[in-house]
Design a protein around this ligand. Structure first.
Ligand SMILES: C[S@@+](CC[C@H](N)C(=O)[O-])C[C@H]1O[C@@H](n2cnc3c(N)ncnc32)[C@H](O)[C@@H]1O
Length: 249
């Protein structure tokens, strides 16, 4: 199920932005040991892209023009699920920052192998919260409730693992995971519900409106029993994780 970021372009950084220090750190980690053009796939508003562009030859790709308009660096509007507007062997780093889970792995794999030069680094970045934090436990419970109804949602962790495994099968070498320093954000458990109710589908898949409402109503009761007041804001730690693989040299 495709989700457009066009409408949230103006508010994206406020809602999901990363601290500037984290963007700098992630850009440095992404460029460590790399050379050549840095391709930022699903560049969005350029949170990491701005930092990359200040340190390396850079190109951001995104399907959403409104998202791309939020920053000023070399960038192109393109659907990353199709053929990328780049010559074969032209990128030294291919970064998917918080975007890999939105793309079709098979097409992306073929384009990564075509556009990545030999020895290119393919990096997948995500923000992680502790497994036992309330929002993560609520998310897992939501995914379980979808599975209980034979409606399995998308599993981003598994998709990343499968994607990197597929690269390894084509001669790439796995890179060690890199983590940013920790930061915290105030978050209320109700925020997850507000976000899920405001988007089509659930868990990254289509779900009938009635079924979705029932799952979320029941889940909210469960969460209230587990965590008390869902409106209470608490500092939830976060770290940005980069996983990746280096294409055969
Ligand atoms: C969650 S945002 C991440 C933005 C940025 N990389 C970051 O870390 O802040 C995901 C971005 O991927 C883009 N995107 C989703 N599907 C895409 C596709 N098929 N082709 C290109 N971009 C896509 C969205 O438009 C959005 O800007």
């Amino acid at each position: 199920m495709r989700m457009s970021f066009d409408e949230q372009a103006g508010s994206y950084e406020e809602r999901a932005g990363l601290p500037e220090a984290v963007c700098c750190e992630v850009a440095a980690l992404a460029l460590d040991g790399a050379s050549g053009l840095v391709l930022d796939v699903g560049a969005g508003t350029g949170a990491i892209g701005r930092e990359l562009a200040s340190r390396a030859r850079y190109l951001g790709l995104d399907m959403s023009r409104p998202m791309l308009r939020q920053f000023d660096a070399p960038r192109l509007q393109a659907d990353a699920d199709g053929r990328w507007p780049l010559a074969g062997g032209s990128a030294g780093v291919i970064l998917f920052s918080r975007s890999a889970h939105l793309l079709k792995s098979e097409t992306v794999l073929a384009e990564v192998l075509r556009v990545g030069k030999s020895g290119a680094r393919v990096l997948i970045g995500r923000v992680r919260r502790p497994r036992e934090s309330a929002p993560e436990r609520i998310k897992r419970e939501m995914q379980q409730r979808l599975r209980d109804r034979d409606l399995p949602g998308k599993n981003g962790e598994r998709a990343t693992r499968d994607f990197l495994d597929a690269l390894e099968q084509r001669g790439a070498t796995r890179l060690p995971e890199r983590w940013s320093a920790e930061w915290t954000e105030d978050e209320a458990a109700i925020d997850s519900f507000t976000s899920w109710r405001g988007k089509p589908g659930l868990g990254g898949r289509a779900v009938a409106d009635g079924v979705k409402a029932q799952i979320l109503d029941e889940l909210q009761l469960w969460a209230e029993e587990q965590f008390g007041d869902l409106h209470a804001r608490r500092a939830v730690p976060r770290r940005y994780r980069l996983e990746g693989a280096q294409l055969a040299g």
